[in-house]
Design a protein around this ligand. Structure first.
Ligand SMILES: Cc1cc2nc3c(=O)[nH]c(=O)nc-3n(C[C@H](O)[C@H](O)[C@H](O)COP(=O)(O)OP(=O)(O)OC[C@H]3O[C@@H](n4cnc5c(N)ncnc54)[C@H](O)[C@@H]3O)c2cc1C
Length: 348
């Protein structure tokens, strides 16, 4: 196991800001993960587990402890007795490579999650979702190192406590588990999922049922248009994806705000949610007067997506945070809603 020192973290993230890791290890096996944790403990260092760095803002001062990048990237699949196709992938495998493999195997369940950057092990953390699918719908179980007992355990789907952009891994049990491997239950030959309006529009004139491969291509193309697909030379894709979650507000608050905005000729969009109404954060940002392409120093709002904060080139983490604060303040002043950030802040 090679322990490196003062390793720049910005190039290991999609946003590309922040300082170095004091110590850095890439673990290729469960044994190396355990050794790395033992090293951090022996030196009394804080530990940060890094996947693909696509949901992170790293502080300009960097991280004062050990950054442990998970590199376990094996993958296998078999057909279970109940007919489902079971894919098991190492936490460090590139997420989109797994999705491509499931689509090639004609197995439905992950096709709408095509083109999301990051690793397999990053997806359960915030219950990644897009275009009408969430990983929680197909995760059968996962294997994780429990840092309390230093034993590996299998957690069932129910154990993970999945809800919208949330799981035990980013709430109640934050920093307790290192995810080593995730197992998905997919359906061979099943129809692709075309629940999301953007996808329904895409296939409106399509003769017959689109294939899984066609849905994957449509999702990637739609993401590309919104700079939500990482491709070389697209400045607007130098981001951490959507920077804010869609807020859920109580029904009574929604009704009051709707009436107030209605008197100004504005119709507040919303969707039903378990405990109130979910509001599109993108709409709130735009109607707080912050348009796509807005820039503040080297940080800006994507020209193609009003929820993505982008690094326009050479931005510091401080500039990203200043823009985040401005967006939150303007949305709060305008609507009385506090937007919650989606990325994880490292070293702050
Ligand atoms: C252009 C773009 C588009 C995006 N689109 C979407 C989208 O459509 N939907 C969506 O939900 N998200 C989206 N994201 C956010 C991001 O891609 C996902 O959250 C992704 O799953 C993060 O995985 P990662 O491996 O990059 O994790 P990282 O960013 O490296 O880490 C994120 C968090 O997960 C933890 N973590 C990572 N790996 C492990 C592990 N093995 N064990 C324990 N903890 C771990 C980290 O400690 C950290 O807390 C987008 C991001 C970008 C840049």
């Amino acid at each position: 196991m090679l322990i490196r020192e003062h390793v720049p973290l910005a190039p290991l993230t999609t946003l590309g800001v922040g300082g170095p890791a004091r110590y850095f290890v890439e673990a290729q096996s469960e044994a190396e993960v355990i050794d790395a944790v033992a090293f951090a403990r022996s030196q009394e260092l804080p530990l940060f587990v890094l996947g693909g760095g696509s949901n992170l803002v790293v502080a300009d001062a960097g991280f004062p402890g050990l950054v442990l990048k998970i590199g376990i990237a094996d993958v296998s699949h078999f057909t279970a007795q109940d007919g489902s196709v079971v894919f098991t992938a190492g936490a460090g495998l590139d997420w989109d490579a797994l999705v491509a493999r499931t689509v090639e195997a004609e197995s439905a369940g992950l096709e709408c999650l095509s083109g999301i950057p990051g690793t397999v092990g990053g997806t359960p953390v915030q219950n990644v979702g897009a275009y009408g699918q969430e990983v929680s719908e197909t995760i059968r179980e996962l294997r994780a190192l429990d840092l309390r007992s230093m034993e590996s355990r299998t957690l069932s789907n129910a154990d993970c406590g999945f809800t919208y952009r949330s799981s035990i891994f980013n709430t109640t049990e934050r920093n307790r588990y290192i995810i080593l491997q995730v197992t998905f239950s997919l359906h061979e030959g099943a129809k692709p999922s075309i629940r999301y309006p953007d996808l329904q529009k895409f296939f409106a004139d399509h003769a017959g049922e689109p294939t899984l491969a066609e849905v994957r291509a449509a999702v990637r193309e739609t993401r590309h248009r919104k700079a939500m697909l990482i491709v070389p030379d697209d400045d607007d894709a130098r981001s951490a994806g959507s920077f804010f979650k869609n807020p859920v507000v109580p029904q009574s608050f929604f009704e009051g705000l709707s009436t107030r905005l209605g008197s100004r000729g504005l119709q507040l969009p919303s969707y039903p949610a378990a405990d109130g109404r979910k509001l599109p954060a993108a709409w709130l940002v735009e109607h707080a007067g912050l348009a796509k392409g807005y820039a503040k120093g080297a940080a800006g709002i994507s020209r193609k997506h009003s929820l993505a904060i982008v690094n326009r080139g050479g931005a510091t983490a401080a500039e990203i945070i200043a823009l985040k604060d401005e967006i939150q303040a303007r949305v709060f002043d305008e609507f009385g809603i506090q937007l919650a950030p989606e990325p994880v802040f490292v070293g702050f």
